[in-house]
Design a protein around this ligand. Structure first.
Ligand SMILES: Nc1ncnc2c1ncn2[C@@H]1O[C@H](COP(=O)(O)OP(=O)(O)OP(=O)(O)O)[C@@H](O)[C@H]1O
Ligand SMILES: [Mg+2]
Length: 239
C-alpha cells in the first residue's frame, strides 16, 4: 500500500475540560515529510495523540485518504494505516526484543520481522535481550520498528532523538529518510533538534499555544532567522 494523504480540518482537542489544540488545519500530502515544531508545551504531543485517538476531541475532522478517522477508536485508526511512535517509547521491558516485535506484526507472518531487522540491524543482534536491557537508542529503534511492522501509511514520530547521542541520532534519521523515500509512508516528525528536523522535512508546521502559527517550506524557515528565534528559541539552528 502506498503512502496516504492526511487531512486535518478545524481540529480542537485537549484533556477533559482543558483545551490544548485550537482549530488546527493542514494537509500532509501522500509521501511528504513534515516537521511539526514549537517550544515545550505548545501541543505537539497532543496533536499526535489526538490523531491517534488518545485525547478528547471537541471539533474538527481527521481523514486518512478516503477513511474518516474522526470517530474511530485508536486501534481502528491503526488498522486504517496510522502509525504512532510515542515520545515515551512504550516498549515492554520484560519481553525480549523479538517478543516486542511480535506485538507489532498484527497478524503478519513472523518472516516479516526481517523488515525490522533490515532497518535496524542492531535489533537483530539484541533480539534475545529483554527490553529493559536496551540503550535509549535501541529502545527508540524497537519502538519505531514495532510500529513500522504494522505497515502504516502515515507515520507519526514524536521526538525520536530525545536524549540520544549524536551518532545514534544520525543512524535513526538515516533510517527515517530511507522509510520516507520508499514512497510507502507519509512521515510527520516532532523534534527539538531543529537542524535535524529541517534536514529531514520538506515542510514545517510550527505550533504555538495549540495553534498553527507558521506553515511553509524548510528552506523558507532556514532562511528566516527571526521566525526561528521568535517561535523556536534563539540558537535553535546550527550556525
Ligand atoms: N494528560 C494531560 N492532561 C492534562 N493536560 C495535559 C496532559 N498532557 C499534556 N497536557 C498539557 O497540554 C499542553 C500541551 O502539552 P504537550 O505535551 O502536547 O506539549 P508538547 O509541545 O508536546 O511539549 P514537549 O515539547 O515538552 O514535549 C501543556 O500545557 C500540558 O501541560
Ligand atoms: Mg511532546
Amino acid at each position: 500500500m502506498p503512502a496516504a494523504r492526511l487531512e486535518i480540518k478545524g481540529l480542537s482537542a485537549g484533556y477533559g475540560p482543558t483545551r490544548v489544540l485550537e482549530n488546527v488545519s493542514f494537509t500532509a500530502e501522500a509521501g511528504s515529510r513534515i516537521a511539526v515544531l514549537g517550544r515545550n508545551g505548545v501541543g505537539k504531543t497532543t496533536l499526535f495523540a489526538t490523531l491517534a485517538g488518545q485525547t478528547r476531541r471537541y471539533e474538527g475532522t481527521i481523514r486518512l485518504d478516503d477513511a474518516d478517522l474522526t470517530g474511530m477508536e485508536s486501534a481502528q485508526r491503526a488498522w486504517n494505516g496510522l502509525g504512532f511512535v510515542p515520545q515515551s517509547r512504550s516498549i515492554f521491558p520484560s519481553l525480549t526484543v523479538e517478543e516486542n516485535l511480535f506485538v507489532g506484526l498484527k497478524g503478519r507472518p513472523h518472516s516479516a520481522l526481517a523488515e525490522a531487522y533490515e532497518m535496524f540491524p542492531r535489533l537483530y543482534e539484541r533480539r534475545a535481550n529483554s527490553g529493559a536491557k536496551l540503550s535509549g537508542g535501541e529502545q527508540q529503534m524497537l519502538s519505531t520498528a514495532r510500529t513500522i511492522l504494522g505497515k502504516p501509511r502515515v507515520l507519526l514520530l514524536d521526538e525520536p532523538l530525545e536524549g540520544l547521542a549524536p551518532v545514534i541520532c544520525e543512524e535513526l534519521m538515516a533510517a527515517f529518510t530511507r522509510l520516507a523515500s520508499s514512497g510507502e509512508m507519509t512521515i510527520l516528525l516532532v523534534e527539538q533538534r531543529i537542524q535535524s528536523a529541517l534536514d529531514f522535512a520538506e515542510r514545517v508546521i510550527i505550533l504555538e499555544r495549540g495553534r498553527v502559527v507558521w506553515d511553509g517550506s524548510s528552506e523558507q524557515l532556514a532562511a528566516d532567522r527571526d521566525t526561528v528565534d521568535q517561535l523556536l528559541g534563539v540558537s535553535s539552528l546550527a550556525h
